[in-house]
Design a protein around this ligand. Structure first.
Ligand code: TXA
Ligand code: MG
Length: 347
């Protein structure tokens, strides 16, 4: 299949630039587009045949449900059975933005979206390209992250081209995504509000709106079985073995340096994921900084990009500094835990 690449300037584009892509969505095609979190792989969420193409392009297991993306809140009514009061409060505060809300599904939604569950995940992205595209199509758009299943999520048009060229109809290249990690998935379909995946909206922020919100323990513990189907798979994984080091920064630096010595001796090619504050403390290996520890959002933005860079450099082992668990730190550590297959060293 020939994939059309459409370059769009986020800061300066016209509705007309997205008309072709929105028509392809209406006609049952697949379009990758930027959101503020990561790129999504979109298709008409009410068309089973179109959604099947997403699973095929990604190589995604069919028991992993998809998020429906909407452009306006009034699209929500026909997709869910009811909207509880706390959902309204979250919508007021966080939409459009990096929060996905799970509610009881309406029967309008094909089973392929929900993987047979009685709930559905919905989000309204903030990125203007995404919203304009959804509104032009005037459809709920099913969109998982636009990576091949198992790979780090795409945070630039180039990443999507790498994974999806020849597999889908259109790639809208809108440059780098801002947040760089996926949305927070909040389940409001059960008895107790629960965070199934930490993401762009932090636990602390959610707690201000829903004081009794709880977190799925599997988010940060590799041995727990996650409640969200998609969270059980190995994810975001680089080709290399990856080890994450957590604890006090000084202890992390010391332990990583010891490991560098060991692996160099074994003849391995090493990549180190460091931070601005620590990158000069490592003498050997390929050192890349994720960003500054003073602003963890900078680290979130670059994480998937650096994982892909190490893939290209064909390193054997990635040694990654961990971060503290406040703000977006939980989402960063969750992705690092999954990328490393739970290979975490406490320093
Ligand atoms: O930021 C994001 O959320 C990106 C952009 C493109 O919007 N999308 C994204 O989609 O990350 P995906 O498919 O890669 O991750 C969706 C997650 C999966 O872990 C899936 O299992 C979970 O949401 N999920 C979807 N529907 C669910 C449901 N009804 N119940 C529980 N988990 C659900
Ligand atoms: Mg994904």
């Amino acid at each position: 299949m020939e994939t059309k690449i459409v370059k769009i300037d986020k800061e300066d584009f016209k509705k007309e630039d997205l008309l072709g892509a929105s028509q392809i969505l209406k006609d049952g095609g697949v379009v990758a587009f930027p959101t503020e979190t990561v790129y999504g792989l979109g298709a008409n969420g009410l068309d089973e045949m179109a959604v099947k193409k997403i699973y095929k392009a990604k190589g995604r297991p069919s028991d992993n449900p998809l998020i429906l993306h909407i452009g306006e809140v009034d699209q929500l009514d026909s997709l869910v059975e009811e909207i509880p009061d706390i959902a309204f409060r979250c919508i007021d505060k966080f939409w459009p933005g990096p929060l996905t809300i799970i509610l009881k599904r309406s029967h309008k939604i094909p089973d392929i979206i929900t993987a047979g569950l009685d709930s559905v995940a919905i989000r309204m992205p903030e990125e203007p390209i995404a919203r304009e595209l959804i509104n032009l199509a005037s459809l709920p758009i099913a969109a998982p992250s636009a990576n091949l299943s198992g790979r780090p999520s795409p945070t630039s048009g180039a990443h999507v081209i790498e994974d999806m060229i020849g597999k889908i109809d259109v790639i809208i290249d809108g440059g780098d995504t801002g947040i760089g990690l996926e949305s927070t998935v909040l389940d409001l379909s059960g008895d107790r509000p629960m965070i199934l995946r930490p993401g762009g909206v932090s636990y602390e922020e959610l707690k201000k709106i829903i004081p009794h919100v709880i977190e799925d323990r599997a988010n940060l513990e590799s041995k727990e079985i996650p409640k969200s189907p998609g969270q059980k798979y190995r994810h975001y994984a680089p080709k290399a073995e990856m080890i994450v080091f957590q604890g006090e920064t000084e202890d992390i630096v010391k332990t990583i340096n010891e490991r560098i010595g060991k692996y160099i001796y074994e003849g391995k090619k090493i990549g180190v994921m460091a931070t601005d504050e620590t990158q000069d403390r490592y003498s050997k290996g390929i050192i890349k900084t994720l960003g500054t520890r003073k602003d963890k959002r900078s680290i979130a933005t670059k994480l998937f990009k650096v994982l892909r860079e190490f893939d290209e450099l064909n390193v054997d082992i990635i040694l990654s500094e961990g971060v503290e668990l406040d703000d977006i730190g939980k989402a960063i550590m969750n992705r690092m835990m999954k990328a490393s297959g739970g290979n975490i060293v406490n320093c």
